[in-house]
Ligand binder design. Structure first.
Ligand code: AP5
Length: 221
């Protein structure tokens, strides 16, 4: 199965992508996580991306698209869930072309419809473990030991772009640059709205029902 998760910051894309990749054995490609890792390790990509990310703006298409396309061939057998990509029509067109070359077109685009109050609440309470790319939430998904990752026991931190003024900018960028993709995929008949306000497990169960209805899961053998 080949899925794209679309939705504003805090819609729960990353949390659901983690569950989908674990339970359905899909390759997860999370551009935000990959870029944060590039910034942390000061790769040439990270150096170029850092300022845009700190401002809550998009990293240039050419950089992000290359980073994703080089990973696609390794997903041919298992399928994938794309979390945070594409975010512009240019990225979507490049993705379609690359998948056409591989003979593995997209199956579904899930639009996480999430209320503004829920977005604010989730982002204000988010803590992350950078090395493990795991999201925690102070109320919803607290770690077993406060401030420490359950998996690696390293310290958790808040994301630099989760400051209120940067969240506001990310939401503006979503509306102007990414939301138009909804029309792009709706015209292709691939878009399905899902309720991003639901708890992660509840939404997962709804997605399984959706995949069954679309005859995408269990995967044909
Ligand atoms: P990215 O990391 O992709 O950030 P985002 O899209 O703004 O999304 P978030 O990670 O903020 O939210 P999410 O929907 O994944 O929610 P999450 O599951 O974490 O991108 C960061 C930056 O990188 C961008 O601003 C840009 O600069 C750059 N970038 C990335 N991709 C790019 C691209 N393609 N092109 C150009 N630039 C790009 O959940 C949030 C919190 O809520 C967590 O604490 C979680 O535990 C909790 N939570 C989540 N879901 C639920 C739920 N269902 N119920 C209860 N709690 C929940």
């Amino acid at each position: 199965m080949r899925l794209v998760l679309l939705g504003p910051p805090g819609a729960g894309k990353g949390s659901q992508a983690e569950v989908l990749s674990e339970r359905l054995q899909l390759v997860r490609i999370a551009t935000g996580d990959l870029l944060r890792e590039a910034v942390r390790t000061k790769t040439p990509l990270g150096v170029q991306a850092e300022t845009s990310m700190q401002r809550g703006e998009l990293v240039p298409d050419t950089l992000v698209t290359a980073m994703v396309l080089e990973r696609l061939p390794s997903t041919v057998d298992r399928g994938f869930v794309l979390d945070g990509f594409p975010r512009t029509e240019g990225q979507a067109v490049e993705l379609d072309a690359a998948l056409a070359r591989l003979g593995t077109p997209l199956d579904l685009i899930l639009d996480f419809e999430t209320s503004p109050a829920m977005i604010q609440w989730r982002l204000a309470g988010r803590w992350i473990c950078r090395p493990c790319s795991i999201n925690y939430h102070v109320t919803n998904r607290p770690p077993a030991r406060p401030g420490l990752c359950d998996r690696c026991h390293g310290p958790l931190e808040q994301r630099a772009d989760d400051r209120p003024e940067t969240i506001a900018q990310r939401l503006r960028v979503y509306q102007t640059q990414t939301a138009p993709l909804l029309g792009y995929y709706r015209r292709r008949g691939l878009l399905r709205a899902v309720n991003g306000d639901l708890a992660v497990e509840t939404l997962y169960q709804e997605l399984v029902a959706l995949f069954r209805g679309e005859r995408l899961w269990p995967a044909a053998t």
